[in-house]
Design a protein around this ligand. Structure first.
Ligand SMILES: Cc1ncc(COP(=O)(O)O)c(C=O)c1O
Length: 393
């Protein structure tokens, strides 16, 4: 059978492969996936809302709806964008199947065969997979603890006439947990204006800040309508709902509407109405307070073991929020090999090399702190610490 050439580009993600290894070994303490804590999902509240909807509004909730999304939810999401310093109305919002669909639609909107996406190095694997079917290429820009290095970005922009968009995760990045400084955000907008490029600002983790001040979003300093800001209910309510949004200029939203219509007609009406009902009847802020307190405690436990028990050659970044800690080891340690030994001892992580689209360092790894309960975090981190001490002897 003939397959389109784009299929040659697609291969299973390394994360899925690690997940398979873990699934084959029940009881593994997994710091691998980027999963929220299931015990913190607001299941009772959602049940109440969905029961009410099916009792009173089933005709609407189970019917076809608008491609742009359920209007009251778009209005509430527009209000949420105020937290990001963005003045939005429903006209600036389209509801998507998670922020992942926002990535995929952005790829369709801006990219063609052999075009270039400029992204952080390392970056979120799932985004790179979302862009892949366009047969475009990724060019990576070096980063430090404050985001992309602007000199490197300028160099790449000057050398890449077929660059078509810049993709960044400025808050508590996946995989590194790093957050961009305000200066870098400003400079990014200056350069995007100069080169007339759209910026995809992926803000999947923005609400999960455990300390320090919120830094204004890149969308909030955009004066030319070139930022496509992606938000999501996945990390703040539950990822299985598959509801996120794109916030952008009304002109761009209408283009996204055309693409979404072709992709899946509309969001899931019942789930949109459920989230809308939840936001109307319950306090998102109270819920956020609860999950942030728990995630902060889990992060602190993880960091305590790293500080006190990891060999000093292990360098790590302190995340002020999000779900991940990124660790870099001396170059002689290959973390894909290390993972096999860790899994034998009952612990899993994601090797860092997986997050570089064009190959990158093989001596780093990412660990997640949101999913495992405290006792497992301590137990798993102590096992990792011992393994690292052995390896680095
Ligand atoms: C940086 C980033 N962007 C987007 C997503 C996609 O999330 P969702 O589609 O569930 O909103 C993830 C998921 O882990 C992520 O880490």
């Amino acid at each position: 059978m003939y397959f389109a050439p784009r299929m040659d580009e697609l291969k299973p993600s390394d994360i899925r492969e690690v997940m398979k290894i873990i699934a084959a070994k029940p009881g593994t303490i997994s710091f691998a996936g980027g999963l929220p804590a299931p015990e913190l999902f607001p299941s009772e509240d959602l049940r109440e809302v969905v029961n009410g909807l099916l009792n009173d509004k089933a005709g609407q909730a189970l019917q076809y709806g608008a491609t742009l999304g359920y209007q009251p939810l778009r209005e509430k999401v527009a209000k949420l964008m105020e937290r990001e310093g963005v003045k939005a109305t429903a006209d600036n919002i389209i509801i998507t199947a998670g922020s992942q669909q926002g990535l995929s639609l952005s790829g369709m909107l801006f990219l063609d065969k052999d075009d270039v996406i400029i992204a952080e190095s390392p970056s979120y694997l799932g985004a790179l997979s979302a862009f892949k079917p366009t047969e475009s290429q990724v060019v990576s820009v070096a980063c430090d603890g404050g985001g992309m290095l602007m000199d490197d970005l300028e160099r790449v922009l000057a050398e890449t006439p077929n660059a078509r968009m810049i993709y960044v995760i400025p808050n508590f990045q996946n995989p590194t947990g790093k957050t961009w400084t305000m200066e870098r955000r400003q400079k990014l907008i200056e350069l995007a204006n100069k080169y007339d490029l759209p910026v995809i600002e992926d803000n999947a983790y923005g609400e999960l800040r455990y300390e320090g001040e919120r830094i204004p979003s890149i969308a909030s300093i955009d004066t030319e309508g070139r930022v496509v800001h992606l938000g999501s209910f996945s990390k703040i309510l539950a990822p299985g709902l598959r509801v996120g949004w794109i916030s952008a200029s009304p002109e761009l939203i209408l283009k996204f509407e055309l693409l979404k219509y072709g992709a899946d007609l509309q969001p899931n009406e019942l789930v949109e109405m459920m989230i809308d009902g939840y936001l109307g009847s319950f306090s998102l802020d109270e819920h956020l307070k609860k999950i942030k307190a728990e995630y902060k405690a889990r992060r602190d436990l993880m960091i305590d073991v790293i500080r006190n028990e990891f060999p000093t050659e292990a360098k790590w970044y302190y995340p002020e929020g999000g779900m991940f800690v990124w660790i870099e080891l001396p170059e002689r340690i290959n973390t894909r090999e290390l993972l096999k030994k860790a899994v034998d001892k009952g612990v899993a992580f994601i090797p860092g090399g997986s997050f570089y689209p064009n190959g990158g360092i093989e001596y780093a790894f990412r660990i997640n702190f949101s999913n495992m309960k405290s006792d497992k975090i301590v137990q798993g981190m102590k096992i990792l610490a011992e393994l690292l001490r052995e390896e680095l002897k």
